[in-house]
Each structure stands twice: as structure tokens, then as C-alpha cells.
Ligand binder design. Structure first.
Ligand code: M6R
Length: 615
């Protein structure tokens, strides 16, 4: 978590670049923000503020913001509460060094104790301050260069980090390093940018270098960029890649919020997701599967690992893989899998699903799976992120940057790719007929238009949301393919409106949660006309007979629910395996409007961050 930005380049340009960059990275955390600038005469000026980047801007504008070199940070608090003191950049006791950090220094208390014994005093409660003091201590005692001090310090550190360091008195040098937290270097004309991802860099340059794990880079004015391995100091190859991102993709495009924009973008994003992946005869073509046929043919089991919304997509992926590939499938939270001693060998396939491609638990899970010999396949959105770079193969969902903290278009993109993946593996293993594949791909090709149609429920959902805005609890129920859709609907509501909501398999409700139902507790029931429709009808009756209000998501043209449920929202009919994609649209809108009615910041809900790069 946390976002970092750095700049070395043109006179007095650093501050603007850093503030703009921080605003783009606010999705990674918004507990506090800070900037450190080195002026041309070597003065180090640091500004910090609790809360959003706009608070920092107000505060910093009263001070000195000159300089062609600077680093900046937006924080998601891990060690120490969100306040000005714990905000980054942290400055060493000597006042010589300033550092920003994304990640966690696990052995910080041991290092801190040793530094205290050497006379260091600490102002903040953060792990990061320990690192800057350690670098300072080595720098002074070993009389070495900043670069050497950073490297020496990092050799003593356990944990995850992406860091950037500047030095008072040196307006021409920026030192950065990474381990398990992402860092991108943008190579411009006479200027260099560094950031946690490409979003602060886009618009300045499209030439980027993704720093690899355990590498550090020394960026100096008028000198070639140097990248070395932290452990050996051996020079690394410099691989400049194209940043495939546009500024327009990062703006709200006329919508009030990123979340609403991203909900309404789904027809287009799924068009991009499907492009080139369905052949004219209806077959699915996924390069990641084509190039690893033997792995998919010989697999004896598939395990899906993910967190949050991506884990809900994984649960639906399990159904898809079981139905189309007839192969045993398991789903695990990445955080449980990594510590659960999984039994894996080279006949196992692990599919890791992650929008950001940076989620720490998912990254650790895939590293473990690879160590144990499994073939690891990634389903990610952010091109070039750590997960796609640490998997054996994979498929991007290609839905464009998702800025709203609540995942929407990434979820439907993940479901689309998982459907394609299950079909591709199923057709390869001969577990599904050509006709069956074509039946699903024909419907998939229409999915962008089907979502356009579905989005017409917007006004109805907005009206309905007014009835339920002040409920304190919600139940979301679904069966089969739509049990995970219910979990996802509940998560959306919880994270942006702060209303307690539980997702449940509809039939399980009678084994406990039914006790909660009364007139104050509405249930949202996902009931498309699928193979379990008749079963879910009885579950709706059970809620109704306890006095609970029911909002039912039903297939267009099915009027049989109208007499039972209080409100029906109609969605277009699609094959059963695609109903979660369509049914999730009204659930996203419902959560959105309830949160807006309550005056909540839907793009940046409290306590959350978009990318969870800490354990
Ligand atoms: O980037 P990832 O898909 O790995 O992120 C996983 C979760 O942190 C994420 O889905 C989270 O649950 C979202 N806020 C849900 O809207």
C-alpha cells in the first residue's frame, strides 16, 4: 500500500509533477501525504499533511516548493496512526536524508533498538523512519556514498519496500530500490520520473523501466541511469518498455466519480477484454493456454488463489472450470494458502487472480506455488505489474485502469477471462464439445451489448436505493453461479456505504442467518431464470414469511417473482454461466447509490486502499 513518486529534471518542476503524481496514486492510500524537495542550492524542504493530497497542497503552498529534485508519498497507515508526524517523507536525525517508502520493514524494532543505542532518536511510530536513520548511520560511519549506504542498509532489512531517497546538498541525485513492492522509472527528455505505477508518469513519457525485485537504481543528472542488484552490486540490464496508458483513461470523463464511470464503462471494457480471443468458428484462442498445452493437458487439479473481489471471481471460476473442464478445482484465499502448507506438484496449476497484480498475499502465494513445482497462471489487469511478471503465463483482462477503490469493471473482466479460460482448457482437454463452446462464445460476443441493455436499470436502482439507504443490515442471497455474486454484492455495499451486509448461499440462510430477518433487514436475492430458479423461489418465500423486504434480480420476461418479492429488477437473459457478469451490474449500482445517498466518498472509502501491498 502507499504510493510513491519521485522526479529529477527541469528547474522548479518537481513540485508540480509530484503533486499531480500523488493525486493519481491516491487510490493506494489517503491517510496522509508529503513531499521533500531539494532546491538548486541544496536546501531540503519537507512538507507533510494528514489526510488527502489536497491538504498537503494547501499547506505546502505556504512554504518553499522550489526544486528540480523531489520525492513524495501518499500513505495508507500500517505502523502508527495517520497524522503529520507519521506522514512520509521521513528525515534522518542529521537532517541530511529524506526517504519515502511503500511496504513494511518487518525487523524494524530490532534495527530501531540498535540505532537508539547509537544515539538516534525517533519522532514517529513508523518502520520507515528506522530505515532512513539506518541509511544515515551507515552513510556517516562508513563515509560512503549515499548509494552504497542505501545498499548496505537494505542488506540488513527484512520485509517489503519500494523506496526513494534524496540528500540535502545534492540536487542532482535520486536513489531508489525495490523488493516485493512495485517501482517504475519513467525515462523522459532530460528528466526522470519514478512512481509506484505508471499513472503519475503517463503524459510525460511513454518510456518506462520496471525495476525488478532486489534491484536499486541511481538516477543522476546528465549521467546514464545505473541499475544494480542490491545483494551483489552487479549491474543489471536496462530494459526500456512502452507505457501503454493514456491520460484520458485516468480521468472521470464527465462522471461524478470514478466508480460510476467504471460501472458505465463495462460494455467498452469487456469489448477490449474479448478482442481477438474468440475465433470466427466460435473457438476460444488464449495464447497463454496455446503456448502451454502440455501443462493444461496433464494437469490433475487447478487451485485458484486471490483476495477480496478477485476471490469472488475465483469462486465463479471454480464453477466454470468444473463445468467446462471436468477437473477438480479448489479456491483459496491467498492469505490462507500461503501459510497453509499446500500440497502441490508439477501436475498442479495455480491460477492467481488480481486486478492490481500487486496484492502482497497473492504474490506470496504464487511464489510459494512455483517453489513447489506448480505451473502458475495469472489473471491480472495492470500490465507489467509484479504478479504477471512472476507467473509462468497468463491472460490480462485489459479493462483499463480501475481507479475507484471498489472493484467493478475488473470483476466483470475477471469473470469474462475466467469463462474464456475455462472454455479454452475444456476444448483442449476434450471435456466440452465445439457446439457447447460456441453456444457460450456466441453469448459472450454479445456481452458488451447485453451490459448496455442491463445498464438501463440505472434509474430504477437509483430510486430503489432511496428506500434502503438507512437500513443497518442487508442480506445478499444467491445460489450456484450466483452465490459468489451475492458475496460480491454484499462486499460492494459494505466497503463504500459502511452498511453491514452478508452474502450467503440462499439455501444456507435457513441454517442460521434467517434468525436475523425482520422488517428492518432487506434481502437482495439474485434469481435469474437458471437451473436453480425453482429452488430459490422457496428461499424468497422463507424471507418473506419472516417479514423481510426482498429485492429480486430476475431475468427479463419472468413475472413469476412479482407476486412474491417487494421489488424486481430485470436483467437480460444469458446462459447460466454468464449470469454473474450481468447480475453484478444492478448490485454495483445499488451499492453506489446507497453510498452516494449517505454522502460517502465512494472512490476513496475510509480505511481502504486500492492495492494491498502489505500483509
Ligand atoms: O488487486 P487485487 O484484485 O489483487 O485486489 C484484491 C482486493 O484487495 C480487492 O478486490 C478489494 O477487495 C476491492 N476493494 C473490492 O472492491
Amino acid at each position: 500500500m502507499c504510493g510513491i513518486v519521485g522526479y529529477l529534471g527541469k528547474p522548479d518542476r518537481a513540485y508540480d509533477v509530484l503533486i499531480r503524481g500523488l493525486k493519481r496514486l491516491e487510490y493506494r492510500g489517503y491517510d496522509s501525504a508529503g513531499v521533500a524537495l531539494v532546491t538548486d542550492d541544496g536546501t531540503l524542504n519537507v512538507h507533510k499533511a494528514q489526510g488527502k493530497v489536497s491538504n498537503l497542497e494547501q499547506k505546502a503552498s505556504l512554504g518553499d516548493t522550489r526544486g528540480a529534485l523531489g520525492i513524495a508519498h501518499t500513505r495508507w497507515a500500517t505502523h502508527g496512526e495517520p497524522n503529520d508526524i507519521n506522514a512520509h517523507p521521513h528525515v534522518s536525525q542529521s537532517g541530511d536524508l529524506a526517504l519515502v517508502h511503500n511496504g513494511t520493514i518487518e525487523n524494524y524494532s530490532v534495527l530501531k533498538q540498535a540505532l537508539i543505542e547509537h544515539g538516534y532518536e525517533f519522532k514517529s511510530e513508523t518502520d520507515t523512519e528506522v530505515l532512513v536513520q539506518l541509511i544515515d548511520y551507515i552513510h556517516r560511519n562508513n563515509h560512503c556514498s549515499l548509494e552504497e549506504a542505501v545498499r548496505e542498509a537494505l542488506l540488513q532489512v527484512e520485509g517489503a519496500y519500494a523506496i526513494a531517497v534524496v540528500e540535502r546538498g545534492n540536487p542532482d541525485r535520486l536513489v531508489v530500490a525495490r523488493k516485493s513492492s512495485p517501482l517504475v522509472i519513467g525515462v523522459g527528455d532530460g528528466e526522470t520520473f519514478i512512481a509506484s505505477d505508471g499513472t503519475p508518469i503517463v503524459g510525460y513519457t511513454d518510456k518506462v523501466i520496471y525495476l525488478k525485485d532486489n534491484e536499486m537504481a541511481v538516477i543522476e543528472r546528465d549521467k546514464p541511469l545505473r541499475i544494480v542488484a542490491i545483494d551483489s552490486n552487479a549491474p543489471s540490464e536496462i530494459d526500456i518498455q512502452e507505457l501503454k496508458l493514456s491520460v484520458a483513461q485516468l480521468e472521470k470523463g464527465g462522471y461524478d466519480t470514478f466508480m460510476l464511470k467504471e460501472i458505465f464503462e463495462q460494455p467498452e471494457t469487456l469489448r477490449d477484454c474479448l478482442r481477438g480471443r474468440i475465433a470466427s468458428d466460435g473457438r476460444v484462442v488464449l495464447m497463454g493456454v496455446e503456448m502451454n498445452k502440455d501443462k493444461f493437458l496433464n494437469a490433475k487439479r487447478i487451485t485458484l488463489v486471490a483476495c477480496g473481489t478477485s476471490w469472488h471471481a475465483a469462486l465463479i471460476g471454480k464453477r466454470l472450470l468444473q463445468d467446462f473442464c471436468k477437473i477438480p478445482v479448489e479456491v483459496e484465499y491467498a492469505s490462507e494458502f500461503r501459510y497453509g502448507n499446500p500440497v502441490l506438484d508439477d501436475k498442479d496449476i495455480v491460477i492467481a487472480i488480481s486486478q492490481s497484480g500487486e496484492t502482497a498475499d497473492t504474490l506470496a502465494a504464487i511464489q510459494l506455488a512455483r517453489q513447489k513445482g506448480a505451473f502458475v497462471y495469472g489473471v491480472s489487469n495492470v500490465v507489467g505489474a509484479s504478479i504477471p511478471r512472476n507467473t509462468d503465463s497468463g491472460t490480462y483482462i485489459h479493462v483499463g485502469p480501475e481507479i475507484g477503490v471498489a472493484s467493478t469493471k475488473a470483476f466483470t473482466g475477471q469473470l469474462t477471462v475466467l469463462t474464456l479460460l475455462a472454455l479454452a482448457i475444456g476444448q483442449l482437454r476434450g471435456a466440452i464439445t465445439k457446439e457447447q463452446v460456441k453456444q457460450v462464445t456466441d453469448a459472450l460476443k454479445e456481452i458488451p451489448e447485453t451490459i448496455e441493455e442491463t445498464l438501463k436499470v440505472n434509474d430504477k436502482v437509483e430510486d430503489l436505493s432511496k428506500i434502503f439507504t438507512y437500513a443497518h443490515n442487508f442480506l445478499y442471497l444467491g445460489r450456484g453461479y450466483n452465490y459468489p455474486t451475492a458475496l460480491e454484492g454484499a462486499l460492494k455495499l459494505k466497503e463504500i456505504s459502511y452498511i453491514h451486509a452478508e452474502g450467503y448461499p440462499a439455501a444456507e440462510m435457513k441454517h442460521g442467518p434467517i434468525a436475523l430477518i425482520d422488517a428492518e433487514m432487506p434481502s437482495v436475492i439474485i434469481a435469474p431464470s437458471d437451473s436453480l430458479y425453482d429452488k430459490i423461489i422457496s428461499n424468497v418465500q422463507q424471507v418473506k414469511s419472516r417479514g423481510g423486504a426482498v429485492v429480486a434480480i430476475v431475468s427479463k420476461g419472468n413475472h413469476s417473482m412479482e407476486d412474491i418479492a417487494d421489488h424486481c429488477i430485470e436483467i437480460p437473459a444469458v446462459p447460466e454461466c454468464l449470469t454473474p457478469i450481468i447480475a453484478s451490474i444492478p448490485l454495483q449500482l445499488m451499492a453506489y447509490y446507497i453510498a452516494v445517498n449517505k454522502g460517502k466518498n465512494v472512490d476513496q472509502p475510509r480505511n481502504l486502499a486500492k492495492s494491498v501491498t502489505v500483509e
